[in-house]
Design a protein. Structure first.
Length: 329
């Protein structure tokens, strides 16, 4: 960031970012793109970066990238401009990864073009946008929000664990479902997977795979999803299923997916042993459900009022935002 023509397309900015990335001046010449819609950017840090008068500080809704560029090269990775992501003055709170791209490489040229295209679509952070960022920041879930008694941090709760630290679950999805897959959906999806595999120069499906998909347990099949959902669907996810009065938690790894026209994305998933603990949930499902039941009812009612009978939150941040929406109702 000390290089010339410094630019950042980085979703979230936390306390200390300006002082550590741009020591001395706050680097008002750097062009910065961030997200204000998800509640992950600290408005006080935006002010230190020059908001609302800094014309080089702009925002892009739903930006989730972490790209840092200058004439010295580019770092493309997973770390937000936060103490948790970078570790200002010490180790970061999260395990991150990134690559350094040399300035004379084709990858750098591609990143440069990508940034400039995004810059054209961005909006300035004026007084109204800064006020919205503050509202979004303040709406971040903490416990169950201002109207409810906070749940102790050691209480068994899946929802509280995610809301309290959504970045920890950035690679985990959460699928809210109410229905069940039909045998016809399974058969059509299996045929389409095989058909697509047959036209590949090197097939990906083994004979065992082809046999399994035709008899895949319908309880582990997710149907009727949009192209957007299918593209965003993470490798590992929690299914929060409420077919009637009671909800349940199930922990999945995506195995296959296929899109059937119209608007019928299908995901084949399996439930590996021990995945709940691997995803970071130390309490059992029954204990967490006992705590989460009242809020789960409100979430499903909130979705149904909007005509949604399933919803994918592709990461912890999206689930935290959904919880905040429900708490604000």
């Amino acid at each position: 960031m000390a290089g010339e023509d410094a630019r950042c397309a980085v979703a979230f900015w936390g306390s200390g970012a300006a002082a550590h990335l741009f020591p001395g001046t706050g680097h008002p010449d750097a062009r910065i793109l961030c997200d204000l819609s998800l509640g992950g950017t600290n408005p006080d840090e935006l002010i230190l970066l020059g908001a609302p008068s800094n014309k080089a500080l702009r925002h892009v809704e739903r930006l989730h990238a972490k790209v840092y560029l200058s004439k010295r090269g580019a770092i493309i990775g997973s770390a937000n401009a936060s103490d948790n992501g970078i570790g200002f003055g010490g180790a970061s709170g999260l395990i991150e990864a990134g690559i350094l791209v040399e300035p004379d490489s084709e990858s750098f040229k591609a990143a440069d073009i990508w940034f400039e295209g995004l810059w054209k679509k961005s909006r300035k952070i004026g007084p109204e946008a800064l006020a919205a960022a503050e509202a979004s920041w303040n709406a971040r879930p903490a416990g169950w929000g201002p109207t409810r008694r906070p749940i102790p941090t050691d209480a068994p709760s899946l929802l509280h664990a995610v809301a309290a630290d959504p970045e920890r679950f950035r690679g985990t999805g959460f699928a809210f479902t109410t229905g069940a897959a039909r045998m016809e959906d399974r058969a059509e999806a299996a045929r389409e997977l095989v058909r697509r595999d047959d036209v590949r120069s090197e097939p990906l499906l083994s004979d065992r795979d082809r046999e399994r998909i035709g008899t895949w347990p319908r309880g582990d099949l997710f149907t009727g999803w949009s192209k957007t959902d299918l593209a965003a669907w993470p490798k590992e996810f929690v299914c929060i299923h409420r077919p009637a009065a009671r909800a349940s938690y199930h922990y999945y790894r995506r195995v296959h997916d296929v899109f059937l026209e119209p608007e019928r994305g299908v995901v084949f998933a399996e439930r590996p042993a021990g995945l709940r603990a691997e995803l970071g949930f130390r309490h059992g499902s029954a204990a967490m459900l006992a705590t989460d039941a009242p809020l789960l009812d409100r979430i499903f009612d909130h979705l149904e009022q909007r005509g949604e009978y399933h919803r994918l939150c592709e990461n912890g941040e999206r689930l935290a935002r959904l919880i905040a929406e429900v708490e604000a109702d």
